[in-house]
Design a protein around this ligand. Sequence first.
Ligand SMILES: Nc1ncnc2c1ncn2[C@@H]1O[C@H](COP(=O)(O)OP(=O)(O)O)[C@@H](O)[C@H]1O
Ligand SMILES: [Mg+2]
Length: 138
Amino acid sequence: MNNILEIKNLTKSYHTINGEVKTLENINITVYPNDFIAIVGSSGCGKSTILSLITGIISDYEGSINTYDNKIGYMLQTDCLLPWLTIWENAILGLKLTDKIDESSLNRVENLLKKYNLDDFKNKYPSSLSGGMKQRVA
Ligand SMILES: Nc1ncnc2c1ncn2[C@@H]1O[C@H](COP(=O)(O)OP(=O)(O)O)[C@@H](O)[C@H]1O
Ligand SMILES: [Mg+2]
């Protein structure tokens, strides 16, 4: 079966005011369709860095990262919702910024909010939701 993600010899250093901090060294990961993978390790070992590299949030690294399926979703550690927008406005923000608002995309958002039990909170602001609810909105 063809893999959907292949990471080879991934090495990443952060450059800080106190010098270079090597965070990842020669990481190799291959992911196949329907794989369920957990990256486990102590705080600060580089888990978030790996995800930021895979999704392109961080773009300087050594080694190679090849994704063969461009449908990558990434739930960040913090939800990053905009506090001055309602749940509905936050949910459609990506569509708005990429000029993809139409009847079918808005229906999809409606259905997702229902699916994740957020329908009753559409007109509320993030501050009135629990941490888990905010992550589901994100
Ligand atoms: N922007 C950054 N600048 C400098 N060092 C960083 C930065 N982000 C993370 N680090 C360092 O890289 C290491 C791994 O961080 P991170 O990937 O967030 O770990 P984890 O998610 O496993 O807790 C830590 O030592 C952290 O201090
Ligand atoms: Mg982390």
